[in-house]
Ligand binder design. Sequence first.
Ligand SMILES: O=P(O)(O)OC[C@H]1O[C@@H](O)[C@H](O)[C@@H](O)[C@@H]1O
Length: 313
Amino acid sequence: MGHSAAIWDYKAAVEITKDWNGIDQAVLGNPQGASARVSLHGGQVTSWRNEHGEELLFTSSKAIFKPPKAMRGGIPICFPQFGNCGSLEQHGFARNKIWMVDDNPPPLHPNDSQGKAFIDLLLKPSEDDLKFWPHSFEFRLRVSLATNADLMLISRIRNVNGKPFSFSFAYHTYLSVSDISEIRIEGLETLDYLDNLCRRERFTEQGDAVTFEAEQVDRVYLGSPNVIAVLDHEKKRTYLIRKEGLPDAVVWNPWEKKSKSMVDFGDEEYKQMLCVDGAAIEKPITLKPGEEWTGRLQLSVVPSSFCSDQLHL
Ligand SMILES: O=P(O)(O)OC[C@H]1O[C@@H](O)[C@H](O)[C@@H](O)[C@@H]1O
């Protein structure tokens, strides 16, 4: 994984190393041995492991770890556009850019700082970016790992001083699952969704949970609750996705046919992955000069005996 260039003591360790392409990445650790890795390429979280060293995020065995494209897995950031419904490249440019580390980040909130390892990455537009998206923004991404191994991503996007601008956003979260046909998502039942496979037509979810049976699912659930549970029966564990400032939830699994059409994805790998993204898509966010938007995502894993009633889903 490359050599260590620096060790900072943000209560727990944050280490900057080089990845296989010589691009810096931050490795966050907690005292129990959990870890998270975030690449400066795209500000993309590329790994999140629990204290037993088990990887919780999916990465394709065919992933291409080479800029300019984002690698298939982890948590790419979709900004300032989700999908292809705008003039920019699919899912926006942020995931393809090289971000900077902020060596002097503002402190964590006192209620929020207990033992957390964190790193702040910054993205500002280059001259070239301004030609395609002429808006002066600053994007601060804070990735932190808690003592209980929860992974938190906080995005703060500020209109530095330009004209008002609008954007859509998603944390495109690739979860690693044992077998997609055993997975249930709770928290999205009865909601309306836009079906990306059906010209973004609006439907209403009918099942008592979202399950995956025989075909690609590619939907944007609207006005979703701030906690969504992904139950993995076989692994006897549940992912909890908590979000703030992100009203929508994208659910995507490519299934067989689409998997075969993606060069950086194995034909059978759809069985082991599921994307559930905290997102702001249906109603774009608009920022006036000087305004800032915050979108938070917190991922936890709990045993499947944990009752969903406790979540107030
Ligand atoms: O291949 P990309 O650009 O990373 O996108 C992957 C998928 O991302 C999902 O979020 C979209 O809803 C899908 O339509 C898309 O295929």
